[in-house]
Design a protein around this ligand. Structure first.
Ligand SMILES: C=CC1=C(C)c2cc3[nH]c(cc4nc(cc5[nH]c(cc1n2)c(C)c5CCC(=O)O)C(CCC(=O)O)=C4C)c(C)c3C=C
Ligand SMILES: [Fe+2]
Length: 358
């Protein structure tokens, strides 16, 4: 998915009235996660079968599935232990369903009646299932909203790729007007909501002004950015700039830094790694750290286990004495209202994929 965005974070306030015979659908996209420990290996298999997650040269494409099998089996045991530590499965489906419900109600408050669907890339309910439901429900206009603020080939790119494939192969769907929001990290409502959460958590420290704010983003292999043109790193840096500007405007000028987490496999990923930054901060004598998960909008294994358990232990063992973590946005009302605005603003841009720019 190296195609340029058709629509990225349109922010001007637009008003849109649905025609009486129009039936609006909103499709939320996310990765999905294993709901039980038995789901872990097949979930990992789906994930590593994705050519946007393990990017093989064309000549070696035939190795994608055997490699996915190998890697998923190899990682399953350790990954099961990690999901066991957060209650035996990912909360992502439940939390995304809650966001879908909250978004439907926020749209209702704006007099926009919409059915909101959840489509997951690697686990139930799969994007394919959501799309079949959209077809059965006779939706006449669709807004697609990936729940990743920043665009990456490995997340939004991959999910939109699957979505497009399904639509292009179906005569009815290929004529359905669709508006795809490819990224929304620069939306003021999102930036403000993140700044609110950071301000609240800073207030819980004894000396809030001395706290180092550590933005921890999910990593991707460096080759995505340097060779494949993934805008993820640029968008991440701009997003953090916007949040820190918003904090400064409120008189909050804490030191901050960005690091990347969740590296898997032998490749070089975006640096610095969160683990290394934590050790370095401890070495430099930083005593208080507030971790801010920045690429996620709901709690999941990388917040609940990797940050809350792994990174917290590492920080405390590295000389950092006071540790805090900003919760994921979840159903924070200002955030959900902003997503509803994003949906309404995207409506005038809906057009059939068969006539699309990509
Ligand atoms: C912005 C978010 C994410 C990016 C970028 C991303 C890239 C990416 N991920 C892997 C490998 C794994 N991802 C896993 C789960 C997982 N990843 C994200 C988000 C991003 N991934 C989510 C929301 C989830 C689901 C979490 C849950 O609660 O179930 C996993 C399995 C879990 C784990 O080991 O942490 C793997 C493995 C790669 C290789 C990659 C970029 C190429
Ligand atoms: Fe991931």
């Amino acid at each position: 998915m190296g195609t340029p965005p058709c629509l990225t974070g349109v922010e001007e306030k637009s008003h849109y009235t649905l025609a009486a015979d129009e039936k609006l659908g909103v499709l939320l996209l996310n990765t999905g996660g294993p709901e039980t420990l038995n789901d872990v290996q097949p979930f990992l298999y789906n994930l590593f079968s994705d050519p946007d997650v393990i990017r093989l040269p064309r000549l070696f494409k035939f190795l994608q599935r055997p490699l996915a099998k190998l890697v998923s089996v190899f990682l399953a045991l350790r990954t099961k232990e990690r999901y066991a530590a957060i209650g035996g499965g990912s909360p992502l489906r439940r939390l995304t369903d809650e966001q879908a419900d909250a978004l439907r109600m926020a749209l209702e408050d704006k007099n926009v009646h919409a059915d909101v669907y959840v489509g997951m890339r690697y686990w139930y309910p799969f994007i394919e299932q959501a799309v079949q439901q959209i077809k059965r429900d006779g939706i006449t206009k669709l807004v697609v909203l990936p729940l990743f603020p920043q665009f990456s080939i490995s997340t939004t790119g991959s999910s939109i790729g699957v979505f497009r494939q399904i639509f292009e192969q179906d005569a009815y769907l290929s004529r359905l007007p669709v508006s795809v929001i490819l990224s929304w990290y620069q939306r003021h409502g999102y930036i403000k909501s993140m700044a609110d959460l950071i301000e609240t958590e800073l207030g819980k420290f004894g000396k809030p002004e001395e706290v180092m704010v550590l933005f921890s983003a999910h990593g991707v292999p460096i080759s995505y950015v340097e060779d494949a043109g993934d805008p993820y790193k640029d968008q991440m840096e701009e997003c953090i700039y916007l949040i820190t500007q918003e904090l400064k405007a409120r008189g909050i000028g804490n030191d901050h830094t960005l690091a990347y987490q969740s590296r898997v496999g032998p490749l070089q990923w975006l640096k610095p790694y969160t683990t290394e930054v934590l050790v370095e901060l401890g070495r430099k004598g930083v005593k208080s750290v507030l971790a801010v998960p920045i690429s996620f909008v709901s709690e999941h294994i990388e917040t609940l286990e990797e940050i809350d358990m792994g990174y917290k232990d590492l920080a405390l063992g590295s000389g950092i004495e006071n540790w805090g973590r900003v919760p994921a946005l979840g159903c924070t009302s200002s955030f959900i209202r902003d997503l509803a605005d994003a949906v309404v603003e995207a409506l005038p841009f809906a057009k059939a994929l068969e006539s699309d720019c990509a």
